[in-house]
Design a protein around this ligand. Structure first.
Ligand code: COA
Length: 321
């Protein structure tokens, strides 16, 4: 028994912020941002919330998979930017969908979140604990972004992606994941839900702060390593892989990973041009786009790979059904 993705969905806020708009807030340019990151636009919430985007992406995934809400036995939402702490975002999704039979919890693993949600659901489904799971990445990173910091505000965006997974016959590919808490300082954000004085809430440490170069170097080194590790562990040759669906952080990171793996860049789809970095939503949004436009075909082997704050990183192999 394994876990098989049978439906995908995504949601992006209708408001689109381009690089020129960012250049009105900080000293930067469309040209610099495109050249150093690949990002041209990002979707930013206006009326949406992390919860509402998660619900919409989830509904679309259920529709796509032809799965009824009552069949869902597990809902995992990966997020670092929910508008609510209690109840958890996954319980709000359950309520909205009427997924009355689901066990629900949130997961916080930043940009590795969707890979970890997938792995968790896979373990439950392949172990026979549940038969149907819904995994969602939903982020309102614009709320955690310091719009005065040009080293970070150019990168991030908002959105949500979801996938429905069913237990079914097939091979279980074992994932590989790693964490290195000792290097956590590279990307931080203090919680605003503490007893700090109101006037300190706008201090930079209550927004995402990043050592961009350290994160860049970490990603370009560790992601190819973990992809090689997951392929070796599962006795899969890289020639068998049709797509490497990576967390969408920076086109130069994706290109660096392709180069180190000695794989053609065409195997590394990107949509970060439009969305920027949507953390745990990015892989799910890209999967959904690729499913809808027909790039994902039955029998293809796919690698998903995430990396980010923690530091955390990991990869999983799956066969598209
Ligand atoms: N616009 C214009 N100039 C900028 C700028 C911006 N938005 N941000 C930085 N610069 C300047 C710097 O001040 C520096 O100027 P100096 O040489 O006069 O000191 C110069 O550009 C180079 O800065 P540097 O930080 O070396 O740029 P970089 O090539 O490393 O690009 C990032 C910065 C953030 C784009 C890049 O490091 C990156 O993408 N890192 C990974 C981040 C990431 O993906 N995080 C999430 C992981 S999940």
């Amino acid at each position: 028994m394994t876990g098989i993705i049978c439906g995908t969905g995504s949601y992006a806020p209708s408001y689109v912020m381009d690089n020129n708009e960012i250049a009105t807030m900080v000293e930067t340019s469309d040209e610099w941002i495109k050249e150093r990151t690949g990002v041209a636009t990002r979707h930013i919430i206006k009326d949406e919330t992390t919860v509402s985007m998660a619900c919409e992406a989830a509904k679309r995934a259920l529709d796509d998979g032809g799965v009824r809400a009552e069949e869902v036995e597990l809902i995992i939402v990966s997020t670092i930017s929910s508008n609510i702490i209690l109840p958890c975002t996954a319980c709000e999704v359950q309520k909205e969908l009427g997924a009355v039979n689901a066990t629900c919890f949130d997961m916080s693993a930043a940009c590795s979140g969707f890979v970890l949600a997938y792995n968790t659901a896979l373990a439950y489904l392949s172990g026979g604990v549940y038969r149907t799971a819904l995994i969602i990445g939903s982020e309102s990173l614009s709320n955690l972004t310091n719009w005065k910091d040009r080293g970070t505000c150019i990168l991030f965006g908002d959105g949500a992606g979801a996938a429905v997974m069913r237990a079914g016959e097939g091979r279980v590919y074992l994932p590989v994941t790693h964490s290195d808490g000792a290097k956590g300082k590279a990307l931080t954000c203090l919680s605003r839900h503490t007893s700090i004085a109101a006037e300190r809430m706008t201090d930079p440490e209550y927004y995402m702060q990043m050592d961009g170069q350290a994160v860049f170097k970490f990603a370009v080194k560790k992601v190819p390593e973990v992809i090689s590790e997951v392929l070796t562990k599962n006795h899969v040759e890289k020639e068998e892989i049709t797509w490497y669906i990576m967390h969408q952080a920076n086109s130069r990171i994706v290109e660096g990973v392709a180069k180190r793996l000695d794989e053609p860049i065409e195997k590394f789809p990107m949509n970060l041009q439009e969305y920027g970095n949507t953390s745990s939503a990015s892989i799910a949004i890209l999967l959904d786009e690729m499913k809808r436009d027909g790039r994902l075909k039955s029998g293809q082997k796919i690698v998903i790979a995430g990396f980010g704050a923690g530091l955390t990183w990991g990869a999983a192999v799956m066969e598209w059904i």
